[in-house]
Design a protein around this ligand. Structure first.
Ligand SMILES: NC(=O)c1ccc[n+]([C@@H]2O[C@H](COP(=O)([O-])OP(=O)(O)OC[C@H]3O[C@@H](n4cnc5c(N)ncnc54)[C@H](OP(=O)(O)O)[C@@H]3O)[C@@H](O)[C@H]2O)c1
Length: 255
């Protein structure tokens, strides 16, 4: 992998160690007076803006993208994900990644991040390992009007349900606050597009790690964000740009 930005004297094209990747994607230190929560998104897109092919993101990803995906998970306290992505991608519990044990222990984190599923209907299969046998208990973020029987089923399976909205749905900023109140500040969202668009619209997405896959998909795939557009497009600053095998790994953050 090569670093294209920031420009350095380093020009070699070589496999990066996990420690180098972890350093390249380290979460910023919280600023005094802030809740400390930092919400990072990680998504992959084709050149023509497709966020999936035949309902999955795997066909537009590659091995390096998955390595960065794993690194970002290994740095996170919690992985926040929309219920449709859980259903379509068959989410499993996050695993403890080899090579990150010391880093996580030093940061006061359990061996693996919790997965936090955002859902209004809670139409989820609570018999799945995601709920019954995670290393770190799975969280469910939902609204106060969520079906009581589905909340009971989630809790019976071992999930912790957090109410982060007064109605049927979750209010994105409240979800971030609810996680921060539990001490989860290194937040990673893996979308999907409908959820990510709400984080953007609410102004709570701090950073976007975007893999640009050198592929064209055409068709009617979603792009990486959905939902209503924002009044004024939000400008982010380029933090870093890596390249391998024609795939670009961009990191943009709030300036
Ligand atoms: N390219 C990428 O990097 C990437 C990343 C992730 C996913 N994807 C792809 O994106 C597709 C799925 O994404 P999607 O946009 O359709 O769905 P999504 O955002 O993953 O999930 C949507 C679901 O999340 C729940 N939800 C969203 N906002 C909510 C709110 N404010 N309050 C309560 N619940 C809320 C609802 O669940 P309930 O219906 O349970 O109420 C809703 O149906 C898949 O094809 C996947 O492969 C691509």
């Amino acid at each position: 992998m090569r670093r294209l930005f920031p420009v350095t004297a380093e020009t070699d094209d070589r496999e990066w160690s996990l420690a180098e990747l972890a350093a390249a994607y380290a979460h910023p230190e919280p600023r005094p007076g802030e809740s400390g929560a930092w919400l990072r998104g990680n998504m992959v897109t084709t050149l023509d803006g497709a966020a999936q092919h035949e309902g999955r993101s795997q066909p537009i990803s590659n091995a390096t993208d998955m390595r960065i995906f794993g690194t970002l998970r290994a740095l996170a306290d919690v992985v926040v994900v929309g219920a449709e992505t859980v259903r379509q991608e068959g989410y499993r519990p996050a695993r403890a990644r080899a090579g990150f044990e010391d880093l996580r222990a030093a940061a006061g984190q359990p061996p693996a991040p919790a997965i936090a599923v955002v859902s209004a209907r809670l139409d989820l299969d609570f018999a799945l390992p995601l709920f019954t046998s995670p290393l770190t208990p799975t969280l469910i973020l939902t609204g106060a009007a969520a079906p009581a029987d589905r909340i009971a089923a989630a809790e019976k399976a071992g999930a912790r349900v957090l109410i982060a909205g007064d109605g049927v749905g979750v209010e994105p900023a409240r979800a971030v606050r609810a996680l921060a109140e539990l001490g989860h500040t290194r937040l990673l969202t893996e979308g999907g597009p409908r959820l990510l668009g709400q984080f953007v619209a609410a102004g709570v997405l701090d950073e976007l790690c975007l893999t640009i896959s050198p592929m064209l998909a055409a068709g009617d795939a979603q792009r990486i964000t959905g939902g209503p557009s924002v009044a004024v497009p939000q400008r982010l600053a380029l933090v870093s740009l890596l390249e391998e095998d024609g795939f670009l790994f961009a990191r943009h953050g709030r300036s």
